[in-house]
Design a protein. Sequence first.
Length: 208
Amino acid sequence: MSAKNSGNLGVTFPPGSLPGVAAGISIPVRASADASLSVRQGVIDLAAAYRVVDTTLGDSAATRRFPRLFVDPIVGLRILSQKLEVDNVRLNNIPVGNLPIPVPPPVNQNFRTNRTTVEPLIGARIGLDLSERWSVGIRGDVSGFNLYADRNLTWNLLIGTQYQLSPNTSLQLSYRFNNFDFEDGSGLSRTKLNLRQNGLLLGAIFRF
């Protein structure tokens, strides 16, 4: 994932963290800043699933193969790489009480954080085989569990269908919900990021 935006941001600076006239202020300072924000994130999941339920539904289950319900718990690792950049922060006047205090230049900074973590992942997959070719299902997982940071939690939810082209190849069409919540650091280096995404997912599945 790669996203970028720019505009005017509201920023709170810790006491004494600003240069010049504002350096001696002993309370947090709220400022208006123009900035450009870019976020890049990559995810690799390495996991194993084990089928704990595999049963035919319906009154005539003994003579029919479908519909067939299956449940697979999932356990593994998620490798998460993230890069956050806030470029060219230009501060406007800083209001303290009712008095705007001009901050002498240069207050023009860049903030960057780059992290790669390996996190535990747990989840489950529940599906229903409707025929030899068609199946529907739901898959969810959670990772992070606040490891490596004050707050670190990622979850995914996929709802969709699969069409089996051959015994080893399937096409998948799903709707995906994803949330990434991260917060860590202190002072000017504190990073707080909450990303929510949802949309259609089209993929191919190969079995070996």
